[in-house]
Design a protein around this ligand. Structure first.
Ligand code: ATP
Length: 268
């Protein structure tokens, strides 16, 4: 099967406002990707080239994918998402052609974002023992990156929890040469995530400052799951419940687990 047909082009529907907090990251992404598209002459005048690619790294569930999608939505870019490991498993024996096809599709649908999720799964450091397949895919990837003209309006966004194992060749200047750390949400960001959720859910007497305080260390994904659990707690108490209350959130938080450990954070 042609890999070309399996690659889906979409315009996501994630807006900056759907992502709680992380304002500094949003701003940096806009400067790096939205600005060059909107003001190409200014970049030329100032003698700077827009980045070809950006790497977003950090612990799981902290909005790397959301950020990439919001960037596409808000800048009106087409979005093509590929998971690194998929390139090796889905198109066995045809991975290099798949890489070529994916870049071709991105160029045909430009301006676009080519999102490589779990890029570490693809770009295992070539000094590691590994199959020749990984090596060939990485080298095809490098060829394609080098071939992209910054004016062709294809921006590569990579995401990973393991920046340390990415092939250094991928991160050289002229390839993915901007690197952004996406941290777990801080106090203000957690408040915003709860706020975004509570706009959609009937609630009573919720102390958002307190919720944010007691969820220190939780990822954005975990906070979303706490919100869902809180509603379920309310329904368990009364299937006809019309409101979610503080006690439901407290119960949900008590039962939640933190996936992000101090050890992981020290690693970044
Ligand atoms: P992974 O490394 O596991 O792929 P990720 O960093 O790409 O994770 P996302 O896929 O962006 O994380 O986030 C997972 C889910 O968590 C989102 O779909 C969203 O529901 C929720 N989420 C995470 N961070 C936020 C946030 N800041 N605001 C709102 N929702 C968030």
């Amino acid at each position: 099967p042609s890999s070309m047909r399996e690659v889906v082009v979409e315009i996501p529907k994630v807006h900056w406002n759907d992502i709680g907090g992380q304002d500094d990251i949003k701003q940096k992404l806009r400067e790096a990707i939205e600005w060059p598209l909107k003001y190409p002459q200014s970049f030329e005048r100032m003698g700077i080239k827009p980045p070809k690619g950006i790497l977003l790294y950090g612990p799981p569930g902290c909005s790397k994918t959301l950020m990439a999608k919001a960037l596409a939505t808000e800048s009106g870019l087409n979005f093509i998402a590929i998971k690194g490991p998929e390139l090796l498993s889905k198109w066995v024996g045809e991975s290099e052609r798949a890489v070529r096809d994916i870049f071709k599709k991105a160029r045909q649908n430009s301006p676009s974002i080519l999102f490589f999720d779990e890029i570490d799964g693809l770009a295992i450091s070539r000094s590691d023992e590994g199959s020749g397949a990984v090596e060939r895919v990485v080298s095809q990837l490098l060829t394609e990156m080098d071939g992209i003209n910054p004016l062709s309006n294809v921006t590569i966004v990579g995401a990973t929890n393991r920046p340390d194992i990415i092939d250094k060749a991928i991160l050289r200047p002229g390839r993915i040469d901007r690197i952004l750390y996406i941290s777990p949400p801080d106090f203000e960001s957690r408040k915003e995530i709860f706020n975004i959720h509570l706009k959609k859910v009937p609630h009573n007497d919720i102390d958002i400052n307190h919720l944010s305080n007691i969820t220190d260390g939780h990822s954005g994904a975990e906070i979303i799951s706490i919100c869902r659990e809180a509603s379920i707690c309310a329904m368990k108490e009364d299937v006809n419940a019309t409101m979610v209350k503080m006690s439901h959130f407290e119960e949900a938080i008590k039962n939640s687990k933190k996936g992000i450990t101090q050890e992981m954070l020290d690693f970044y």
